[in-house]
Ligand binder design. Structure first.
Ligand SMILES: *[C@@H]1O[C@H](CO)[C@@H](O)[C@H](O)[C@H]1NC(C)=O
Ligand SMILES: *[C@@H]1O[C@H](CO)[C@@H](O)[C@H](O)[C@H]1NC(C)=O
Ligand SMILES: *[C@@H]1O[C@H](CO)[C@@H](O)[C@H](O)[C@H]1NC(C)=O
Ligand SMILES: *[C@@H]1O[C@H](CO)[C@@H](O)[C@H](O)[C@H]1NC(C)=O
Ligand SMILES: *[C@@H]1O[C@H](CO)[C@@H](O)[C@H](O)[C@H]1NC(C)=O
Ligand SMILES: *[C@@H]1O[C@H](CO)[C@@H](O)[C@H](O)[C@H]1NC(C)=O
Length: 388
């Protein structure tokens, strides 16, 4: 029997559901894995080598990793605590991201606090945003531990407020898996209000930095609403005539609405749009059909990491919506770890995100990232962006 993850484990497990439903299309996706050549990303490193794109490079051996463990960081979500669940191969911890033509220093918590002192950083998104946020807390834990000022009215573990008193630095995570307003109308089925920003928008005046990300939840069963009217849907029966039946549409509109809303409220901080985290690392079957991510090393430079059509389309939409919004003059940076992460099929929990006898629909998690793990590089990139 498949347990109802959500009710048994609380909202934390909604993450799993997210991935689970997203994967309902995986059986279809696998044959379409394609090899996609990325344009160079719009964000160029300001230093030290001109025109170095920190998002294009390779993973290089790094014996000094990892920077923390399950013993030294108390903020690791159980389902990503691969060391605790006994993952035996630890090679996946021994790599660092090396951009072509320059270096990306490993995360330096002292430098980070210097940059963010007296400021507020927010993560808005789904469980991958939370994965990123927990990596940041772990990397900072060498230097300081935060006070939890989370709102008890918002107990979801995707809604947190963490305050670093010595540096007057605050981190928010805000659970908004579709970025726009949504309602769950049945188990795993949602109404999306594609022209209405999520409930994070009223909080943004207090943020200096806002990291927006989304993708995975658009593969769920969803109805699309605009101006309060049903206009389309994906993986649902529709009783209207419409051509809006692709999650490419809902995904694009969610980014468009969110970025326009930020512009509309005159957001003065820096907006960081974080691109797709790979959804296609399952091999040998779908997420619920025994698929797994069994690789034990990154793809080498002479190998091409496969990318699904869905990932490529979501990626392109994010870049396009980013470019459109950036043209309006907001302070925006595209944080583009997609290629780096495509090369890390070895960095997921797989079956080390729970005990072996725990039944889960996505028994092998090839969506989230182990902590510590390759997702720590997202914070190397983040510090580089904020410091530059
Ligand atoms: C950390 O992981 C090790 C196994 O690698 C385990 O023995 C230990 O109990 C874990 N500690 C915590 C606090 O999770
Ligand atoms: C915060 O601002 C105060 C003055 O406004 C300054 O004295 C202090 O050094 C700043 N703290 C950090 C960590 O930047
Ligand atoms: C903390 O930072 C806020 C701005 O985020 C500032 O208004 C406040 O004065 C700072 N507090 C101290 C004690 O520096
Ligand atoms: C489909 O049409 C029926 C009858 O008009 C209506 O009750 C129902 O709410 C509609 N479904 C959706 C998703 O709008
Ligand atoms: C749907 O049809 C309308 C009108 O024909 C067209 O303008 C629009 O681009 C179409 N949308 C999609 C997503 O194909
Ligand atoms: C690809 O690169 C790896 C690591 O550098 C090397 O071991 C392997 O032999 C190379 N394979 C080919 C086909 O060149």
């Amino acid at each position: 029997m498949v347990l109802c993850v959500k009710h048994l484990f609380g909202p934390a497990a909604a993450i799993f559901l997210s991935a689970i439903i997203l994967l309902s299309c995986f059986t279809n996706l696998i044959p379409y894995l394609s090899y996609y050549t990325f344009p160079s990303s719009p964000y160029m490193s300001p230093e030290p080598v001109p025109k170095c794109d920190i998002f294009r490079g390779e993973w290089m051996p790094d014996p000094s990793s990892p920077p923390y463990t399950n013993e030294t960081c108390a903020h690791i979500q159980n389902h990503q605590n691969c060391l605790m669940y006994g993952r035996p191969d630890l090679e996946f911890l021994k790599w660092r991201w090396k951009p072509d033509g320059c270096d990306l220093p490993r995360f330096d918590p002292h430098k980070f606090f210097q940059v963010v002192g007296n400021k507020t950083l927010a993560f808005v998104g789904d469980s991958l945003a939370r994965n990123h946020y927990q990596s940041l807390l772990c990397l900072l834990s060498k230097v300081a531990l935060p006070k939890d000022l989370s709102d008890p009215e918002r107990p979801h573990d995707g809604n947190k407020i963490m305050f670093y008193e010595a540096y007057n630095f605050t981190i928010y995570t805000m659970w908004s898996p579709f970025l726009v307003r949504f309602e769950e109308i049945a188990d795993g089925m949602f109404n999306l209000y594609l022209d209405e920003p999520g409930d994070w928008l009223p909080s943004v005046p207090r943020f200096d930095y806002l990291i927006l990300s989304a993708a995975n939840w658009f593969t769920r069963q969803t109805y699309f609403y605009e101006r309060g009217q049903l206009v389309g849907g994906r993986y649902v029966a529709l009783n209207i005539t419409t051509n809006l039946t692709s999650n490419r549409y809902s995904h694009r509109m969610a980014f468009r609405t969110s970025l326009r809303a930020l512009n509309g409220v005159g957001f003065r901080g820096k907006v960081i749009v974080r691109t797709v985290s790979p959804m296609s690392h399952f091999e040998g079957g779908a997420y619920d059909k025994g698929g797994d991510c069994p690789r034990k090393r990154p793809y080498w430079a002479n190998e091409t990491a496969p990318m699904s059509e869905l990932e490529r389309d979501f990626y392109n939409e994010q870049v396009e919506e980013f470019n459109e919004a950036a043209a309006r003059g907001m302070d925006m940076v595209l944080m583009d770890p997609t290629i780096a992460m495509l090369k890390r099929p070895d960095g997921h929990p797989s079956r080390y995100g729970h005990w072996p006898d725990q039944k889960r629909t996505m028994y092998n998690d090839c969506i989230h990232w182990c902590l510590p793990g390759p997702i720590d590089a997202w914070n190397d990139m983040l510090l580089h962006i904020l410091a530059g």
